[in-house]
Ligand binder design. Structure first.
Ligand code: IMP
Ligand code: MG
Length: 190
């Protein structure tokens, strides 16, 4: 593929997006969250569990901002099934690969919307004897929240009730590789 073709496709992608959070803003906030976590978990057996796939970019940056010995693991859950609204159903597609008993767990999500996914996940993980379980989410959309009791311990940004993509977040599998968070102007052509 020639350089000019790549340029065209980037322009096409970006013309349907409005930047909500820039790469620089995200970088600064992730560094703050990492420092906060490092200060709170100095003497703990910390496991950071990323929820695939949406958290992958945030997770990769966040763990490098936490200056502590830690381990990582991943879970995959399905709740959206390529649609832009919650199905309410949460299916575990991939579980953690090590027991979390006695560990201090931080579950890393890309975004909390209705809260149904994380609420169910916390119920499941909560029954496994971890020493503590907290939540880190890059984004928090408080308006559509159904599970209002869900506490986001480490939150990157609160955002308005708009469908966003980039920095790991997708619509129908696309846009995850954008370095910023954008609002899709016309989902029909997304
Ligand atoms: P919840 O169960 O409604 O809280 O939804 C959580 C999941 O829905 C997230 O982990 C995302 O995968 C997806 N999601 C919710 N809002 C958005 C959005 O604005 N853009 C992309 N994905 C979203
Ligand atoms: Mg997700």
């Amino acid at each position: 593929m020639s350089a000019s073709t790549v340029q065209k496709s980037t322009e096409f992608t970006n013309s349907n997006l409005e930047v909500l959070l820039s790469e620089e803003q995200i970088k600064r906030r992730v560094a703050e969250l990492g420092a906060e976590i490092a200060a709170a978990y100095a003497e703990k057996d910390l496991v950071i569990v990323g929820v695939l796939k949406g958290s992958c970019v945030f997770m990769a940056d966040l763990i490098r901002a936490v200056d502590l010995p830690l381990t990582i693991d991943f879970m995959a859950v399905s709740s959206y099934k390529d649609a832009m609204k919650s199905s309410g159903d949460v299916e575990i597609l991939k579980d953690v690969s090590q027991p979390i008993r006695g560990k201090d767990v931080i579950v890393v999500e890309d975004i909390v919307d209705t809260g149904l996914t994380l609420f169910r996940l916390m119920e499941i993980l909560g029954s496994r004897g971890a020493n503590s379980i907290k939540i880190a989410s890059l984004l928090d959309k408080p308006e559509p929240r159904i599970k209002k009791e869900l506490v986001i311990d480490y939150c990157g940004f609160q955002i308005p009730n708009k469908f966003v993509v980039g920095y790991g977040l997708d619509v129908a599998g696309r846009y995850r590789n954008l370095p910023f968070i954008g609002v899709v102007k016309n989902p029909e052509i997304a």
